[in-house]
Design a protein around this ligand. Structure first.
Ligand code: SF4
Length: 297
């Protein structure tokens, strides 16, 4: 079984009557010589860890957490408190998804355990989307695993044909890929077809194409944490558009290829070197000086 592209994936699903997660599971079984039960067991463990990181990140940070650059604190908790006011513009579900994503990033930034999905810098998006979908559609952990499998196969295709790394392709490759994977997963969990999942991934990518990687002081905090929060909204809304019947006119493989080309066209200063973008603003440079001065003292 050779799945090199979105087209290969759709063909396999059509020819063998497979859903996206079934195709992904089959791919995983073949690639790693494991049984279906072993695949599901591993993914259940992964999902449990994702949920744990959401819960841990939502707690107030006076209890042993130390964010490396100290550039933010308690974002998940603040969102949670705000949700309780019932004033959230996009409603509780959207605000909660953002709270989940930034919470996972708090755990990541304090050297806690997270699931890189696909990278540590983008680890908030997929858990937030999967848990939100489970809550919205009242789905169990098995469905969450199916969502993760769908996300995984989409991520594998992106990695093969472009990149998942901010250093190579800018933030579009990192938060963009996480969000595209999340969009595909949510559509799958909502009983969308494989083509609809890839359309949602394409729409998500198109909305983030060109985003540069510009972490302040070289630490994955600003603007990364907030981009995780907004990445999940991009994914959920793209999923909603597709579930409403909107298609991506440009096929997934062409969108991934365009994203890869844009990444290659980006100057080095905008690919995780902290040489440009937000990292090169006066305030960012001041923060950087303060952090490293303290480290050298
Ligand atoms: S700005 Fe760079 S380091 Fe931060 S999340 Fe995006 S790709 Fe990762």
């Amino acid at each position: 079984m050779n799945i090199k592209s979105g087209e290969d994936l759709l063909r396999l699903c059509a020819e063998e009557g497979l859903s996206l997660s079934e195709a992904a599971c089959k791919y995983e079984m073949k690639k790693n010589d494991v049984t279906k039960e072993e695949v599901y067991e591993k993914m259940l463990f992964t999902y449990a860890q994702m949920k744990k990181s959401i819960q841990e990140g939502m707690k107030k940070k006076d209890s042993g957490y130390e964010i490396r650059g100290k550039m933010f604190k308690d974002y998940g908790m603040l969102m949670d408190e705000y949700i309780a006011t019932k004033n959230a513009f996009l409603g509780e579900r959207a605000a909660r998804a953002v709270a989940y994503a930034v919470s996972v990033m708090e755990v990541n930034c304090s050297m806690g355990r997270v699931v890189a999905s696909p990278t540590a810098g983008s680890c908030g998006v997929l858990p937030a989307a999967i848990l939100s979908a489970c809550e919205t559609y009242e789905l169990d952990d098995k469905k969450a695993v199916e969502g993760l499998l769908a996300a995984g196969i989409v991520g594998a295709i992106i990695a093969r044909n472009a990149s998942l790394s901010g250093a190579r392709g800018g933030c579009q490759a990192e938060i963009g890929s996480a969000s595209a994977m999340a969009a595909a997963a949510v559509v799958h969990m909502a009983e969308g077809t494989p083509k609809m999942s890839l359309d949602a991934a394409s729409i998500t990518f198109k909305n983030i194409m060109g985003l540069v990687c510009d972490p302040v002081a070289g630490l994955v905090e600003i603007p990364c944490v907030k981009r995780n929060g907004l990445g999940v909204l991009n994914a959920l809304m793209s999923a909603d558009m597709v579930l409403a019947g909107i298609e991506s006119i440009i096929p997934f493989d062409e969108v991934v290829s365009a994203m890869d080309k844009v990444g290659r066209q980006m100057p080095e200063s905008l690919r995780e070197t902290s040489g440009g973008g937000i990292a090169d603003t006066p305030t960012a440079r001041k923060i950087e000086k303060e952090i490293y001065k303290k480290d050298w003292d």
